[in-house]
Design a binder for this molecule. Structure first.
Ligand SMILES: [Zn+2]
Length: 143
């Protein structure tokens, strides 16, 4: 059974033979993805990029191009940049939260090692608990 023309050949209105270079990456059902990638990068650049990559990295490159092109379709002004910026902000917020939890954890470990009489003294001093929430400045700290 003959397979349908790949998305690239369909778009370019040319015959798609069995050894079509682009067919494995943009099969017929990926027409929308190809159109987005084609619009952003152009067919020449797509083929050029794929030819300059080792075979095992080509699929990942196509996934990356499709992601970037679809992001550009959804948001023509910022594309992937906005997504990256949002993820970076979220990562930084999570690092800060992790740092806070690690500091609280270290504080409670220290508290556990203290004498019972000293624990009450620290528990009754909320200022001391607040101060322990800041960056630990240890070598394993992410900040
Ligand atoms: Zn083709």
């Amino acid at each position: 059974m003959k397979r349908p023309a790949c998305a690239a050949c369909k778009n370019q209105r040319r015959k798609c033979d069995e050894d079509c270079f682009v067919a494995p990456y943009f099969p017929a059902e990926k027409t929308r993805d190809f159109e987005a990638v084609h619009k952003l990068f152009g067919l020449h650049n797509i083929v050029n990029l794929l030819q300059n990559l080792p075979l095992e990295k080509r699929s990942d490159a196509v996934i990356s191009m499709v992601y970037e092109a679809n992001a550009r379709v959804r948001d023509p002004v910022t594309g992937c940049t906005r997504i990256l910026s949002e993820l970076t902000q979220r990562l930084n917020a999570l690092k800060a939260e992790l740092n806070l939890v690690q500091n609280k954890n270290a504080f409670y470990r220290t508290l556990k090692q203290q004498q019972p009489g000293q624990q009450n003294m620290v528990h009754n001093n909320p200022q001391q608990l607040q101060e322990s929430s800041f960056c630990c400045k240890k070598t394993d700290c992410w900040n």
